[in-house]
Write a protein that binds this ligand. Sequence first.
Ligand code: SDX
Length: 426
Amino acid sequence: MEEFATLSYGGREVRLPVIVGSEGERAIDITRLRERTGLITHDPGFANTGCCRSAITFVDGERGVLRYRGIPVEELAAHSTFKETAFLLVHGRLPSPRELTRFSVLLNDHSLVHEDMKIFYQNFPRSSHPMGILSSMVNALRSFYPELQNLEEEVNVTVTRLLSKVRTMAAMSYKISRGHTVVYPRPDLTYCANFLNMMFSTPVRPYEIDPEVVRALNVFLILHADHEQNCSTAAVRLVGSARVNLYAAISSGIAALWGPLHGGANQAVIEMLAAIRGEAGGVRKALARARDPADPFRLMGFGHRVYKTYDPRAKILKEVVHGLLDRLRLEDPLLDCARELEEAALQDPWFVERRLYPNVDFYSGILLRAIGIPTNMFTVLFAIGRLPGWIAQWKESLEDPEGRLWRPRQIYVGPTERRYVPIEAR
Ligand code: SDX
């Protein structure tokens, strides 16, 4: 039965349809609000505004639930691979064995980067942040791979090209930034093993592939693969709504993810933990600074716009970190600091009443450190993980019958009309 909400304003009543989602979420459909009432809505940061109907990812922030195409992320982390999860997100179902083999072949066929792109890398200043390089290089891919006439082929080839090349491009930026020889992808290695080999193998010391490390990287990437309408996904949808090519839309998502309030938090967590560990009473001081409204300091890796309980991804990452450090017989003092900080914050009334819990970024940096990823590449790894989600969301927006150019309105609060004053009279 259809549901409605009634808006009373200016002596009139307007009935607005209520949309009911498959998990019972409800939204007031305001697509005709201005036309029927002259009113618009005001919602900074879109905390209360849905931008689309989506069938890709479901997040219940109150219960700490995250599902990709209906499958709980816990099950995918335990049983799937990143490649299979990418297929699930983009195509809406788990691949058959034949489809997975075909997908692997396509990823392998598209894993090389045009040799002329190496010159671009060599001309970035050595101090360039890998996220800035990645965003630029992904945008540059259109110049090397012009649009195919057939839209379906264009989408399918571009999707596979991006998923495969972004891994090679990330490893290339790392190697070239260190003046090392670029290591090419190998057809005999899986998606994650190939990335690790391209990152860490050298002509004089081949990288020894540890299945546990490959497993940990698969889980990391699976957990980062999509997260409904987060900031960078909204950027991809917004830029994509202008019908720009996929490379440019993804490049805008990489740029948004770079921010320390979003994907850049994983790097900021490590920098914060190192600073806390470096001073006496560091944990107590950090919590005090976070509570101080006059201090812009925030506890990085804590809090979330949607999760008002423990981020389910942080729970899994915390377990993976412990298992990996044990396996590698590594001690990371930052892990001890992270656990001390988490314990103190979860008992601090100020944090408890604001329902601030560890999010995906709190433990992810410690996992990446254990694997040997340099801190300034943590957000690049987040981008590699989020790529299938961005692509799936871009594809869905393209196919959305309600889809249109994104162009929000505003409430004007500037000066009312006034005359131009010639310079002589000022
Ligand atoms: C990601 O959206 C997604 O899905 C994102 C993501 C994904 O998968 O795509 O999950 C990935 O980006 C995770 C978030 C990573 N960012 C960080 O860890 C940075 C630190 N976190 C905060 O900056 C903050 O929690 C945000 C930005 C994540 C969310 O902020 P909101 O929802 O805008 O909340 P808010 O700024 O309105 O804060 C509400 C209150 C405020 O206090 P009061 O004004 O009520 O006194 O909570 C406080 C804030 O000061 N607060 C924090 C805090 N987060 C919120 N105080 C200290 N430390 C924090 N981390």
